[in-house]
Ligand binder design. Structure first.
Ligand SMILES: Nc1ncnc2c1ncn2[C@@H]1O[C@H](COP(=O)(O)OP(=O)(O)OP(=O)(O)O)[C@@H](O)[C@H]1O
Ligand SMILES: [Mg+2]
Length: 643
């Protein structure tokens, strides 16, 4: 039975004027179980013919059938499968993968064939043992002699069965003793039923074969049969196919190769990762800083009292006429307080005054407020008591002072019960209010007194600066704001006041810090893109460096998708390691930042960390795809001939 049938095969190299006819009208039939030597001078086209037979190279015209399948009609995946199933390659220069041990090199073809790990390692060990390399299983190629490496490559050729063994000058790089050993092994394999095609320029080597074909200038000039071929008992490995294991093993293999490649070029990988590290560190840190400051600001706002609103005279902040306006009245406040959606409303009437105590004089802000003011504003009492509703009604001459005043006026002595003069009117100090975290950090003095006292006893006019309103918790604050605006508008006949709603401020601050975070993050994203381009660059270099390796993998049965996967994993791995390093780095920065500053802390959110990981993976995929695609698209024979 003919396993190989070649009819009128032509092969050209080059284009246009450089086009040369290398193989001319070749006709060749090879029987299963034959041992063929192709001889001829250098440049006669032996290797070219061999590469076409091995499905590594294509033909220009004619027909080539393996087991009655026309090869030129197969796509690249089918060709890979054919190489993997039918052929075992033995190269002049062994072409072992230097990062893998002898055992792993031998087992590699079985990974692409989808054999499970245990059986493939077992078979690889058996083959190596049979070839006298029992104690060299874990040796790397550079720890083996040439003859030993060639035996490893023979074992690799047999791994998937090696029905047809193609050997291009297998003894060319060996001393005569090792060369003889290799030839004896090939003879032995022939006896076991393998079909062997050998290329050599050495007549003595050709003597081992039982059919010698001589090529000259791309034509067969002699075909000499010395002995009958041996009817083959074919041995094809039929792997138990399991799709899941197939993908898993190939993934693990690609992963291992990627790790090896990264480790082999530590400094280069690190420098490549640097772009990603910087990018991720800045994005994660910026977001954490933003979160931290936002939290701090919101805390401060909350301490101003939740669900509170202040109503002021005028059309808005910065309205200069507001000082002189008297639009808001105590009656407004009283009406508001009666609304069902309002918990309390208190008028505020402030006046700046002159505070005298024991011959010392200070300027102070006298804040006339209602008794609920402290509660609504979330102010805490530090000492003494607050004034009561009765005291407000009775224009009681009492005052709650702030901590600044205790410090400056009373020199930290107990102020309770003391009398201070405000604009020559005496007020009795009954309490001390704790410093509001949002309150003025200046050293100005604030004196709180009932608004009735402030209006009737101190300033002497009925002017109200603002009304502080606390809305019921279950009421939506913007609905309440709309309602009370309407109410006051009707009362005043026009809108001569404005409302400051803490909830709205909160939302505004949230949205502005979110915008800031987004803005700065997008700037940091640019550095991620730059990092990604660095990764792409290195991957392109890596593909170029490992072209030979890609060729070897393809020759032993790797599909384009396997090669694509391997390089893609490498790119993603670089980015992912960079990304995780970036996250750890920014967390370290955060720790240091939190130790050094007391103002606010950096807050890391799971979302931003996950987004960073996701981001670096995507960068790996996006920027690794092109180089990986290049690698996968390589022509096996071009890749193999690269040094
Ligand atoms: N990729 C290529 N592009 C152009 N010409 C090529 C290419 N590969 C081989 N050739 C040419 O084809 C001819 C046959 O080359 P081939 O490698 O088949 O020779 P060979 O018989 O194997 O020689 P050797 O014994 O030296 O290995 C040579 O003249 C070579 O220059
Ligand atoms: Mg050659």
């Amino acid at each position: 039975m003919n396993i190989i049938e070649i009819k009128q095969l032509n092969k050209y190299f080059g284009e246009g004027d450089n086009r040369t006819h290398i193989l001319k009208e070749i006709n060749l039939e090879i029987k299963k179980g034959d041992f063929i030597a192709i001889i001829g001078q250098s440049g006669s086209g032996k290797s070219t013919l061999m590469n076409i037979i091995g499905c590594l190279d294509s033909l220009n015209s004619g027909s080539y059938k393996i087991s009655n399948t026309e090869v030129s009609q197969l796509n690249s995946d089918q060709l890979s499968e054919l190489r993997q199933r039918k052929f075992g390659f033995i190269f002049q220069r062994y072409n072992l993968l230097s990062a893998l041990s002898a055992l792993e090199n031998v087992a590699l073809p079985a990974i692409y064939a989808g054999v499970d790990q245990q059986s493939r390692l077992q078979r690889a060990a058996q083959l190596l043992e049979k070839l006298g390399l029992k104690d060299k299983l874990q040796h790397k190629p550079n720890q083996l002699s040439g003859g030993q490496q060639q035996r490893v490559s023979i074992a690799r050729a047999l791994m998937n069965g090696g029905e047809i063994i193609l050997a291009d000058e297998p003894t060319g790089a060996l001393d005569s003793k090792s060369g003889e050993t290799v030839m004896e092994i090939l003879q032995q394999l022939h006896a076991e039923g393998h079909t062997i095609i050998l290329v050599t320029h050495d007549k003595k080597i050709a003597d081992f074969a039982n059919r010698v074909i001589e090529i000259k200038d791309g034509q067969i000039i002699q075909d000499q049969r010395k002995s009958a071929h041996i009817a083959a008992k074919s041995e094809t490995i039929q792997p138990k196919k399991s799709r899941w294991r197939f993908y898993k093993d190939q993934f693990i293999e690609s992963f291992k190769m990627s790790v090896n490649a990264i480790i082999a070029h530590k400094l280069r990988s690190l420098l490549t990762m640097l772009g990603i590290i910087i990018g991720i560190t800045s994005v994660v840190s910026v977001v954490a800083l933003g979160n931290g400051s936002q939290q701090k600001i919101l805390e401060n706002i909350n301490s101003m009292g939740t669900n509170t609103m202040d109503i002021f005279n005028g059309t808005g902040f910065g309205d200069r006429r507001a000082e002189r306006m008297q639009n808001l009245t105590v009656a407004d406040s009283e009406i508001l307080a009666k609304q069902s959606y309002i918990e309390s409303a208190t008028p505020n009437s402030s006046v700046s005054g002159n505070l005298t105590y024991r011959n010392q004089s200070f300027s102070a802000q006298v804040r006339g407020v209602g008794e609920q003011y402290f509660d609504v504003k979330g102010m805490k009492l530090k000492q003494g008591r607050l004034f009561s509703q009765d005291e407000v009604k009775q224009n009681a001459q009492v005052a709650v002072i702030d901590e600044n005043s205790v410090k400056q006026v009373f020199n930290q002595q107990n102020p309770l019960g003391e009398i201070v003069m405000i604009n020559k009117k005496p007020l009795k100090v009954i309490g001390v209010a704790a410093m509001n975290s949002m309150g003025p950090t200046t050293s100005s003095l604030s004196i709180y007194t009932p608004y009735t006292t402030a209006m009737n006893k101190i300033s002497g006019n009925q002017k109200i600066d603002s009304i502080t309103v606390k809305v019921n918790d279950e009421v939506n604050s913007s609905v309440a704001e709309k309602d009370l605006t309407q109410l006051l508008e009707v009362r005043h006949g026009k809108k001569d006041f404005f409302v400051m709603n803490t909830n709205t401020i909160k939302q505004t601050i949230e949205s502005t810090t979110d915008t800031m975070k987004l803005l700065i993050s997008s700037i940091a994203l640019i550095s991620l893109v730059v990092g990604g381009i660095g990764v792409m660059n290195i991957m392109l270099v890596s593909v170029t460096e490992r072209t030979k390796e890609i060729g070897v993998r393809m020759a032993i049965g790797a599909k384009q998708s396997n090669i694509l996967q391997q390089f893609l994993i490498e790119a993603v791995l670089i980015c992912l390691i960079g990304g995780i390093t970036g996250i750890l780095l920014s967390m370290l920065l955060g720790e240091i930042f939190n130790l050094v500053t007391t103002n606010f802390t950096m807050v890391f959110s799971t979302t931003s960390v996950l987004a960073a990981v996701f981001c670096s993976t995507i960068i790996g995929v996006v920027f690794g795809y092109m180089p990986a695609k290049n690698a996968a698209g390589l022509n096996p024979i071009n890749a193999l001939s690269r040094e």
